[in-house]
Design a protein around this ligand. Sequence first.
Ligand code: PEP
Ligand code: MG
Length: 566
Amino acid sequence: MLKGIAASSGVVVSKVFKLQPPVLDIKKVDANADEELAKLQSALEKTRSDIEAIKVRAKGKLSDEEIAIFDAHLMVTNDPDFIGQIEDTIKNDNVNADYAVEQIASGFIAMFENMDDAYFKERAADIKDVTFRLKCHILGEIIPDLTAIDEEVVIVAHDLTPSDTAQLDRQFVKGFATEIGGRTSHSAIMARSLEIPAIVGISGIMEAKQGETIILDAVNGNVILSPDANEITDYTARAVEYHAYVESLKTLKDAKSVSLDGKEVEISANIGTPKDVEAVLANGGEGVGLYRTEFLYMDASALPTEEEQYVAYKAVLEQMNPRRVVVRTLDIGGDKNLSYLQFDHEMNPFLGYRALRLCLDRTDIFRTQLRALLRASVHGKLAIMFPMVATLNEFRQAKAIVEEEKKNLTREGHAIADGIELGTMVEIPAVAALADQFAKECDFFSIGTNDLIQYSMAADRMNQKVAYLYQPYNPSLLRLIKMTIDGAHKEGKWCGMCGEMAGEPKAVALLLGLGLDEFSMSASSMLAARKMIRELSYDKMKDIAEQALNCATQEEVLELLDTVIE
Ligand code: PEP
Ligand code: MG
């Protein structure tokens, strides 16, 4: 049994789909030319039909321009000069087909790469891509392709990028297991919003073999490879049980999030795209507490236009109306990059040029987003919040740009809703420490614990070796949270939390006691959180929270919590 971090709950028994490109070992060997020519022909046919199939699947998902790349790939497989030279090498030298392909392709690649022209450099990339596929077919190696999955599987990979995760088809992908990552890495967050069970940070998982049976117990963070018959029976039953538990929570869909003694809070959802709203409503979300707009930018091949953004924001606001939607402005950098926007290499990208820092520098990008948001505001209840605020001056600058764009739009004849709240994410300890001052100018706070913990503990949220420092229950963090909530309340403002901590059942209880007003989490965690709140006494939790603030370690806090909740 392998152990990892349960990132998205659920239990599955399925088979491994290993996402790892094969490593090819190509050597020159004497061979029969006719046999090798036949191998080449058959591999060329398979390569062409692969590309045709990818092209069909990509329709509707990729732009016409991106799809045209596959036509360029097909041209390579039909190029008489290129293929002719490979055939000549096989015939004249009596060598193996994979070696001949490698020889000729590397000549063409070097020639194109040395040309001072972007068009020809791209042709080099096309040849590399196509000939890798061709060599794999000659050698009988399989190239894994996420979009080609057409049966139920669990994906096993070293890591999944947020865009890999966005492509996963829920119909077939029943779970995923990765070697690196933590509870707050973005692939884990996406898994929760897609409601796909996931375990991350599993050392040894890359030993899994393509197609072998795998059990993913993403409730406890356990993985079993090639289980025996008893284990399969046992975990299949657990999967059914888990499913029944999730179904039973549905009775709370329209219930209030209120404690036994009448303290009412708001349970909202974190979303990444307008498509996620369906799950929010199905799980009784009282609002959207975090709309991560960066996925709109990450799924595109160029910066999304004002109109494209307006359409997305309007869709979310309309569907959620009259519930509040907190939209976070672009939070790029760290582990979220844009292929079409290159920045200088940084030693510490999580501490660098990201999020609001970037937006206040590239105001062209920022203004386009704000204009789209302000125009969409008339379609529902919009709140805007800024990520990675460190100083009050940054918030003031952002707010001033919002005001300017409001004026510009009004002048252009656009309607804008009244009362759009402007808030700050509390992800940097400096803001928590100064929350009382921020609260005089911000309409609300949303605590981003994923980053607040990494910055408080100086521990990279992507680095598995320091994952033990992700300590949501450490009294130091609890004090930062308390300071933030008290700072907001002193000025009559509300305080929410949209970091992953807000959806952890134990933390829900503690945060209720600390006075949090809004809990924002993945849609799949909302009903369990509501159940928890409804079974607790606020007065009692206030007392427990007070004790927790005076503990010395995370372990002490967890022990204390164990006395109130199982
Ligand atoms: C956070 O930092 O807690 C947060 C919600 O933002 P993200 O996870 O997108 O960095
Ligand atoms: Mg963050």
